[in-house]
Design a protein around this ligand. Sequence first.
Ligand code: ZN
Length: 349
Amino acid sequence: MLETTIAGSLPKPAWLAKPGMLWAPWELTGEELAAAKRDATLLALKEQEDAGIDIVTDGEQSRQHFVHGFLEQIEGVDFGRRVAMGIRNNRYQALVPTVTGRLRRKASVHASEASIARAHTKRRLKFTLPGPMTIVDTIADAFYGDKVALAMAFAELLNDEARELAAIGVDVIQFDEPAFNVYAEAVTEWGIAALHRAAEGLAYKTAVHICYGYGIKANIDWKASLGPEWRQYEAIFPALAGSRIDQVSVECAGAKVPLELLGLLAGKDVLLGAIDVASDHIETPEEVAATIEQALSFVPAERLFPCTNCGMAPMSRPVAIGKLGALAPAPPSPAPGLPQSASRTERFR
Ligand code: ZN
């Protein structure tokens, strides 16, 4: 039986943040906000466990955005100096903070929610961090003056953070790099080197998530312009296959990605996007099975992990929960007398 996981985020409850949008403002402040984030993290874990997801996340309930959640705790990043900037090669405008000085991590960024998640699930826990290239693409720079130097500076901070998360008991660290799908040349020139710096010395599994973005209009329009076959992955998969990252999370459901491209990831675990996040249609078990079946022609079963295409942060909660159930339709049922996860955990680590 294939083990399932999710890309990372789940929608937040309406009492925590405004639903249905990215960069959603918090509904609470101070200690009330901290308590609400904790409660939402527990719910996110429970929803995944109930759906039968094997490798769970905190649902990213404690961060406003997958990039800016990390940046908020970094000295040298000025959120008072926000500028409108075209990101992902000008696909859409975002209000981004500015780097105004040497970067330094003030303290642990995600230790608190990782500890809460670790304390409340016995399943393997994946934790997501933004990748260096995607951070550089989501921030204005008035200090370093060089993309690669800036990416390497962030990679160093990410590495410190990742090492702390490992000490808390996280099993997988995933770096989210949607920018990899936009700047293929830069991926081979310095993107993977920056990722290696971020993952340096980590004794647990590392993953990179590369997708065509959240199911928002700008991304849907972009995808519509990509023609009958989306071959962006073709330019970067060989370099990723040669990298030291263990797992690659990709978008395959409702996408025009030719699945034979997965064959270029030989030797890597593939987190197969079998759930579309750009549609509210809840996949049937047959639809999920068909995506998996096709992928199995190019990826050995022991390396295939059914997953969502991308984060589900901006979706409605009932739809997201329905999609979790579609991803893992059968709850795990260990044979009587057999310890459920000993051998699986061994294989996984
Ligand atoms: Zn994504």
